[in-house]
Design a protein around this ligand. Sequence first.
Ligand SMILES: Cc1cc2nc3c(=O)[nH]c(=O)nc-3n(C[C@H](O)[C@H](O)[C@H](O)COP(=O)(O)OP(=O)(O)OC[C@H]3O[C@@H](n4cnc5c(N)ncnc54)[C@H](O)[C@@H]3O)c2cc1C
Length: 436
Amino acid sequence: MSPTKPHSTPWRNWSGAVRFTPQTFATPSSVPELQSLVSGVAARRGQLRVVGSGHSFTPLVQTPDTLVSLDKLSGIARIDGHVGHIYGGTQLKPLGLELARRGFGMTNLGDINKQALAGAVSTGTHGTGATLGSISTQVRGMDLVLASGDAIHCSATENAEIYDAARVSVGALGVIAALDIELQPAYRLKLIKRAMDLDDCLAQAPDLARLYRHFEFYWIPHTRRTLVKLMDWTAEPESARGMTTAVELLVENGAFGMVSRLARMNPDWAPGIARFIGKVTKSDESTMVADCHRAFSTARLVRFQEMEYELPAERGPDALRELAEHVERRRVLVHFPVEYRFVAADDIWLSPFYRRDSVAISVHQYVGMAHQEYFAAAEAIFRNHGGRPHWGKMHSLAARELSAMYPRWDDFQRVRKQLDPHGLFSNTLLQRWFGD
Ligand SMILES: Cc1cc2nc3c(=O)[nH]c(=O)nc-3n(C[C@H](O)[C@H](O)[C@H](O)COP(=O)(O)OP(=O)(O)OC[C@H]3O[C@@H](n4cnc5c(N)ncnc54)[C@H](O)[C@@H]3O)c2cc1C
């Protein structure tokens, strides 16, 4: 039997906004243990959610019943050619280190490396790069434990419909025990960071997105300033890792916590603090060379709430201009930068990038500061430009709106009903999203 225990202290997510106490917390350490756990909960018509590393901003993993962590089902089982067979609970940081030791790297990653692999895949987590899809597009196959307790494999040639549904499925189809991930030979990236004027940045964005493997920028609210990150392959040697720019010191470091606490104590100061950040980052420029497993991730020492929408790429500039105008006109009390990234189209049924090249625009607010009105206004702008919400971040949508955004919505629901007829893997949030 898998180790299970009552969970006496409340579980909380990274941002602290989600807290709950499940009846049972289970950490199976083998697939048969996981299967017997799932069968046991199914037999008594209970409910079960799987947690990765708790970095989603919404109550995705919340359940009054059984919470399962695959922390003990982690690591690389084997690598065949360029495909790694990796357990679902593997966290991205140790995964990157182990892959590097074996001469491999992931194709692309997001801003942090704290997520579990299956958790990142389940919400369509992505990095930036106009020709690069989300992490889910790196998946070539999956081992899933279903509500029946059966373990199955799916890929483009085996259980192909389940494969198309499961690669972004927010834990609704079963437990992802392991994934086959397409890997790259280890590579090195050169990172250039520089400040740019917002209008110049938006005008040059299509070229920069074409010229560099990775391009993204942060817009600092209440200013016309952006901080641009460009990355591309290099054969240059790794450089020492140090904080060199004002943005690194201010935004990606503890000093940002200090100004953020000031903003929380005096929300009226937030626009001034944002303008101060804009001023001190005015002539930022730095370069760094790092192996791929180190190049993508940044420390996020300051906690925040976040909403993100994925928009058709061509609608991004207008959406950001409207957001900037709204922030200025309504003097929105925010100092956290807005992130703007590029993600290539894919064919995964519930992927927000389904069949369209996209830009991802993320708005953030410091924990403890009011985010509701700001996020609601941003959401209205993003939706007006055809945006689809990130599955792991805040948004207000329910089944009626979501179903209209996804051409394969009904197919996903059909597969879900086949695999999980009694809602073993459901919870309150999924009922809202899927209209149960
Ligand atoms: C500081 C920070 C930075 C972030 N940066 C980015 C970024 O750069 N790009 C981006 O796109 N997103 C980003 N996110 C969002 C984050 O990547 C996603 O929310 C991701 O899903 C979190 O992974 P996790 O392992 O914590 O999963 P959790 O939040 O624990 O779970 C997410 C979902 O996956 C399901 N799940 C987890 N494990 C399994 C499993 N084994 N089988 C089936 N279902 C499972 C859960 O049930 C849940 O539905 C960031 C979040 C934070 C807090």
